[in-house]
Ligand binder design. Structure first.
Ligand code: HEC
Length: 97
């Protein structure tokens, strides 16, 4: 996909209302494997589905910078830039827990 299309795509996702799995931004499905909705799995991994987007973005930034200790999230967060992280966070925030 051409980079110039990404901002438009992100606002389309935000305007589209309740998102479905089909609308998931790039990378979001890789999070779901560990961060399942509460209704699907009760795991030791913290739930991020339905959390505030701003909180998810903050966690990802801190993990990426190494400010907060983590086992796996530091490495994972480094794979996403701010724009990608914001799109993923907005999507998770819109999902039913
Ligand atoms: C391999 C499993 C795995 C994957 C994949 C994964 N996470 Fe995590 N996540 C964890 C674990 C485990 C923690 C607890 C911190 C740690 O030990 O790294 C965590 C913590 C978090 C937290 C902090 C939640 C809290 O309340 O403490 C956020 C936000 C988060 N992950 C977002 C994401 C996003 C967004 C993605 C996809 C880009 C993702 N994670 C992919 C395992 C995973």
């Amino acid at each position: 996909m051409h980079r110039a299309l990404l901002p438009g795509l992100a606002s389309m996702i935000l305007l589209a209302g309740p998102a479905t799995a089909a609308d998931a931004p790039p990378g979001a499905s890789s999070c779901s494997g560990c961060h399942a909705p509460k209704a699907v799995a009760d795991t030791v991994i913290p739930h991020i589905v339905g959390r505030k987007a701003a909180d998810i973005v903050t966690f990802m930034r801190e993990y990426r910078s190494g400010a907060w200790p983590s086992s796996v999230m530091g490495r994972i967060a480094k794979g996403f830039d701010d724009q990608q992280t914001e799109a993923i966070a907005a999507w998770f925030a819109a999902q039913p827990e």
